[in-house]
Design a protein around this ligand. Sequence first.
Ligand code: NAD
Length: 493
Amino acid sequence: MLTGFGVDPARFGAGRAVTSPITGGRIGAVADSEAPAVEAAIARASTAFAAWRLVPAPRRGELVRLLGEELRAAKSGLGRLVTLEVGKVPSEGEGEVQEMIDICDFAVGLSRQLQGLAIPSERPDHRMMEQWHPAGVVGIVTAFNFPVAVWSWNAALALVCGDPVIWKPSEKTPLTALAVQALFERAAARFGGVPDGLSQVVTGGREVGQMLVDDARVAVLSATGSTRMGKAVGERVARRFGRCILELGGNNASIVAPSADLDLAVRAIAFGAMGTAGQRCTTLRRLIVHASVYDALVPRLAKVYRTVSVGNPLPGDVLVGPLVDAAAGEAMTRALDAARALGATVTGGDIVTVPGAEAACYRRPALVEMPEQAGPMLEETFAPILYVVKYQDFAEAIALQNGVAQGLSSSIFSTDMRETEGFLSAAGSDCGIANVNMGTSGAEIGGAFGGEKETGGGRESGSDAWKGYMRRQTSAINFGRSLPLAQGVRFDV
Ligand code: NAD
């Protein structure tokens, strides 16, 4: 499977088993990287940094342009591998690769726009400026659910910014990581003269991630995954004064206001809540519905939940594939039981049996009508559960939307300008992403991606997220013959 990508056979075949969520069966094995191998990878990356930071940024962009070309050529094969390893439906598997291509294009343009500032100085015959320099080695720890796109959000920017990258993919998805690394190596061979160790993959679980976390030579540690992981990583990196970019869990909500276009809302809610089987960080998990439209909306949603196609994603005719593993199914059951104990009405949520996939975990998405926002609704359960509560007035809706520990994505369905602008105002949604008349998921790479509170505060991808991969330098230059001091200070010796 991986030889088609040109992966060195020594890197797979033995070690930790990799299973496909589609059947629950083994599709490969990849050995964990031992401590000396991780140490050597960090040493190689440090040496690569000394050379790569001197390559002009637009030239570094050329390498990322070639990587984008390799990804275009491999789009359907890599997309299929994402489907096999994560269980996403094929259009989402390929969509993830398209996202990689898009961020490469973005980074190529960015490689000519890593601009600093010219700052007016208060001192005569002085000039001030701000420059951005490469930060150093970037460690990238990624989650299973976007096994390749998250690497590219980080790596495409880091590479044009002058930083080598070391990737520790999820232990559930090392195959796609090895395939992407092989594509990088093809691009590097075409570029010529890429320093050894500019992009590397180390494999294994949290212990391997921790080696990157604890090593002071890793200047920036970008970690995507659960809030529990982020707390552990954030504390350890802070202890050595390293820099972290944390992209953690979400508990995303949409508000459906009285003036909402319900036809549009039903489609957006269905994709946001059930797409990727509820396993996106931006998955819609909470729906806050005005009492006046509740009976027009919720029964329509319940019908969709009863009929949506669930099953093996490979033939391409289902919308909801499997959960990643049995533990995810158990977490879903626990959350639904806890909701029922609070008086919730649950539509769906049952186990779906797929012939030939008895070891896999297929679940019908669950629509959970809650008496109030409480219990499991306050947590992120990484499964297709949509909790619904009623609200009476707009201020209450905003309070419910913001009333959880996470702050990733949010949206409002409304055609009332006062509500939509209020939602986007400083007193509105407290999330890193706030959308209007669309769902919470499906972000484009042009915007900065990330969220507040327990989502970790990091930003990746578009806008000025590139600054997270560089260090800022402020310079004052005296081109006169005297030495005036700032703030009128006198010091005549
Ligand atoms: P996870 O936290 O179990 O694992 C994520 C990665 O962190 C894995 O590579 C894992 O090996 C590593 N890891 C775990 N503990 C570690 C530690 N102490 N030190 C170093 N590395 C450690 O998450 P998961 O189950 O793979 O992914 C699902 C979670 O990721 C959800 O909470 C989801 O919301 C979140 N997520 C967030 C974003 C975002 O951009 N905000 C994107 C995708 C997924």
